[in-house]
Write a protein of this length. Structure first.
Length: 506
């Protein structure tokens, strides 16, 4: 067959993501079906072709290879690059007597091609040069006592400290392909000259947790092996289809959003009305037909002078059960929100729960039960925890949630019978039987107070219209929220208020 193509991963369509176990199954089936060494030749060929395209003027291509098959891919790439006349230097931590058969064959081909081997770090690596990280792939275990661990860390640091671009083979070495946890972390952050060529399958860990920082621009080559999408562990989110507004529509066509939150100064001397206003403004700018605000401030505020379209109501004057209505509850809700939650959980047809509403539910089994029983009544719920809020709901730690984001989101979705939006780099959206989605948009500009309130309002706006699907609404809102940040003008500080008002773009 002709060389399988390498695809640059952009987010114009959904991509299936696979875990290590399924990738290993697929690899074993392909190895059995193909002549020996075929897969590694394809892998090395794909790495070499991308390397040449990324660094056509390199004076040094330093290929840094571990002792397993990931190193074998690197050695095969080195052999190809050398045969094309590229200036290749390789470092190999393996040994011909101990290497897996394919890696040994690749080493032999590299030697025969005339690749120069070195144990040191090539001198004078420049910006036109390229380091190829083939230390560890999906066989990389936890760090620690492995005899090669220290050497690998030093080589990783040397690559990342150099001004050369880096191409990671299959995975950034030390990244857990399933979870996005980094077991080996280079000292310097090298994000803008960093590429990863994922082989055989696209792995979930490249897109969540530490994955985005570790991988840089992701490319994929399937090595000619067709994947069964039904075996995917997750899907990469993508731009939702744009929905044009019918000419003959009216505000009722787009539904109402009721925002409940914003504890006042009177209660505990902590005014948090701003959080509810951010959610309400965001819902309005995301296209809700009407937005009502029920503040928990004892009536202190009755109008938003900057956004007079918002309609303030006493909590008892809000109709949570009305059709084409979504309630957004919890933003800035403080302690006061616990008092209204029984009513909100019982009556709201469609509901977004954020922040203090989630904290209240985490502390109260009655509320937890009221939430979990909504699904059986046909009431849709989206919860939008950040990792600490998710940890409180799961009665664990934020570090534990972050160490298995896909699993944590799915566990919460199951227990609470809700669509779960686990926020952070590579937000995970999970619900029931649906394949979890990892959202690809957004960046660290969003790491500022109030952007989560904006997201809750945006979800509410998409959930409000009659017939809206809660999972799709959550995915679309998370994508649009991140896209706003990705399109943010350079030099303009991103604040939550500006984010709420920004053009949606999706
Ligand atoms: N077979 C094929 O044709 C194809 C294979 N493919 C490629 O193979 C890759 C998987 O290869 P793999 O299974 O050999 O595992 P790999 O990622 O090289 O790691 C194992 C090596 O690392 C070492 N090591 C482990 N942990 C460590 C640590 N903490 N610190 C330090 N060292 C550690 C471990 O040492 P050992 O435990 O054996 O002493 C061993 O030497 C996959 O990602 C893809 O690139 C694809 O291209 C498809 C075609
Ligand atoms: N580094 C990042 N990359 C992508 N998204 C981020 C990043 N940091 C924060 N976000 C997003 O910003 C929002 C922050 O929400 P949250 O933590 O609830 O903040 P707040 O409670 O202050 O509103 C979430 O949507 C989160 O996914
Ligand atoms: K690697």
């Amino acid at each position: 067959m002709s060389e399988p193509p390498t695809l640059r991963i952009v987010f114009d369509r959904p991509h299936a993501l696979f875990d290590i176990a399924t990738t290993r199954d697929m690899e074993a089936a392909a190895l059995a079906a193909l002549p020996p060494f075929t897969l590694m030749q394809r892998a090395g060929g794909a790495v070499a072709a991308l390397a040449r395209a990324l660094a056509p003027h390199a004076r040094t291509m330093w290929v840094v290879c571990g002792g397993g098959n990931n190193g074998g891919d690197g050695l095969e790439a080195a052999a190809r690059l050398r045969a094309w006349g590229m200036p290749v230097t390789a470092t190999w931590l393996g040994h011909p007597d101990q290497a897996p058969a394919d890696a040994r064959a690749a080493w032999r081909r590299a030697v025969d091609a005339g690749v120069v081997f070195t144990d040191g770090i090539p001198a004078g690596l420049g910006a036109d040069d390229l380091c190829i990280d083939a230390l560890l792939g999906i066989g990389g275990g936890k760090p620690g006592r492995h005899p090669a661990a220290q050497r690998m860390q030093a080589l990783l640091d040397a690559m990342h400290a150099s001004p050369a671009a880096i191409l990671c083979v299959d995975l950034p070495s030390g990244l857990d392909a399933d979870t996005g946890v980094r077991h080996m972390r280079p000292q310097a952050l090298h994000a803008d000259r960093l590429h990863t060529l994922s082989l055989l399958t696209l792995k979930s860990g490249l897109f969540t947790g530490d994955g985005r920082d570790a991988a840089g621009q992701v490319w994929c080559n399937t090595l000619g092996v067709e994947a069964d999408a039904a075996r995917a562990c997750a899907v990469l989110g993508h731009r939702p289809a744009s929905t044009a507004r019918a000419h003959a529509s009216h505000k009722g066509s787009y539904g109402d959003v009721c925002v409940v939150g914003g504890e006042g100064m009177q209660q505990r001397g902590m005014g948090m009305s701003g959080a509810a206003l951010l959610a309400a403004r965001a819902a309005l700018h995301a296209g809700a037909g009407r937005v009502f605000v029920g503040l928990l401030d004892g009536g202190a505020l009755a109008v938003d002078a900057v956004q007079p379209e918002l309609m303030f109501r006493a909590i008892d004057a809000l109709d949570f059960a009305a059709t084409a209505t979504a309630t957004v509850c919890g933003c800035g809700g403080g302690h006061a929100v616990a008092g209204v939650l029984p009513q909100v959980l019982a009556a709201s047809g469609r509901l977004v729960l954020d922040a203090d509403a989630l904290n209240a539910i985490a502390q109260d089994d009655g509320l937890r039960h009221a939430l979990a029983s909504r699904g059986a009544r046909g009431q849709a719920t989206v919860i939008t925890p950040h990792p600490l809020e998710a940890a409180r709901l799961l009665r664990t730690t934020a570090a534990d949630v972050q160490s298995q984001r896909l699993h944590a989101a799915a566990a919460l979705a199951r227990e609470l019978q809700a669509v779960v939006v686990l926020k952070g780099s590579g937000t995970v959206i999970a619900h029931g039987d649906r394949s979890p989605v990892i959202n690809p948009t957004g960046n660290a500009l969003l790491a500022t107070a109030g952007t989560g309130d904006v997201l809750a309002g945006m979800v509410g706006a998409r959930l409000a219209p009659q017939g809206a699907d809660a999972f799709d609404a959550a995915c679309a809102a998370v994508y649009a929220h991140g896209l706003r940040a990705d399109a943010w003008p350079a030099g303009r500080p991103l604040t939550a208020g500006r984010l709420a008002n920004a053009a949606s773009g999706a």
